[in-house]
Ligand binder design. Structure first.
Ligand code: SAM
Length: 301
């Protein structure tokens, strides 16, 4: 494994996956991944957007598991950000792995949906796009500068039925109830490490990981409490550490929620790591995918 990987992370990967898989994960901490984006159906016809995109970035690659996702080999984010179609909100730059959790949300017109940790809005705007704007979104974000960015992105992406709450989601009024909740939790980002730019990953110390896990569990507890009976909760992180993933999901299972297995078609389409709770999904970091975890849960009626 690369010597730039912090000692705690190296040990945790070996603990969770064994030495051979830990080496594979470390090999996925590449220096750079290709630019990927979503076409946004809330801002014009996506076929038209793709035609415009092709003028600047030849050969956008589609994916089997998501019709609106594209990989842009050879392009840079700056190239895309300079295009009028970017300023018009016709596309949203997003990693492929980050597009997965929203696909686990059952979205019906008229649903009330809470995105608990929403900024900068990648998944909020994706949820609205998947539902063709027909859901009522509450987007919660603790950091005020990031909440401002979230508002900007929601507006640019043409999301209308949404409110932004600049607050700590743990303090949400206990009277709130939602049909679906997305908890894209703050995490160590252990799945998104990019090596090779000479900057070692920061802050991967045990105390910080433990503090992060504590926050994740508190957020999960709140997510469970604001979910309507029959409602769906999706939990996601961009970490591959089991203490941030399966251990947090287990607290929701202990509270009585039932796991909704990730569809085989989706799990089979991405590079997967073994999981200790069958039906959850952990994406292995590769040259195309960031490390990522997602699980869907239902609150029994
Ligand atoms: N879902 C976002 C997206 O797809 O663009 C990314 C979310 S990022 C993983 C986690 C976010 O949670 C950060 O913006 C962070 O400021 C926010 N956050 C951290 N703790 C929070 C809390 N207790 N309540 C609400 N937001 C929180």
């Amino acid at each position: 494994m690369d010597s730039m990987i912090p000692e705690y992370l190296r040990a945790a990967l070996v603990r969770d996956y064994g030495a051979a898989l830990a080496d594979e994960i470390a090999a996925g901490f590449v220096s750079r991944r290709p630019v990927t984006l979503r076409l946004n159906p809330l801002r014009g016809d996506t076929a038209e957007t793709e035609a415009l995109l092709r003028e600047a970035c030849p050969d956008p690659q589609p994916l089997s598991w998501y019709a609106d996702a594209r990989v842009l080999p050879g392009a840079s984010e700056k190239d895309v950000e300079a295009l009028p179609l970017y300023a018009e909100g016709r596309v949203y730059l997003q990693s492929l792995s980050a597009m997965l959790p929203a696909l686990l949300m059952p979205l019906e017109p008229g649903m009330s949906v809470l995105d608990m940790c929403a900024a900068p809005g990648g998944k909020s705007t994706q949820l609205a796009a998947l539902a063709r704007g027909q859901i009522d979104l509450t987007c919660c974000e603790r950091d005020s500068a990031r909440a401002e960015r979230l508002r900007h992105n929601l507006q640019t992406q043409g999301v209308r039925r949404c409110v932004v709450m600049n607050t700590d989601a743990r303090q949400l009024d206990p009277l709130f109830r939602f049909d679906a909740v997305l908890l894209d939790a703050p995490c160590t980002g252990s799945g998104t490490i990019l090596l090779g730019d000479g900057i070692p990953p920061r802050r991967m110390e045990p105390a910080w990981v433990q503090k992060t896990v504590k926050t994740q569990k508190a957020l999960m507890k709140k997510a469970v409490s604001v979910l309507k009976p029959g409602g769906t909760l999706v939990y996601a992180t961009c970490s591959v550490l089991r203490e941030e993933n399966e251990a947090v999901v287990q607290t929701a299972l202990d509270a009585g929620l039932k796991l909704i297995p990730v569809p085989d078609a989706l799990r089979g389409a991405v590079p997967a790591l073994p999981v200790t709770i069958p039906g959850t999904m952990c994406v292995k970091p590769t040259e195309l995918y960031e490390g990522f975890f997602a699980a869907a849960l239902e609150r029994p009626r």
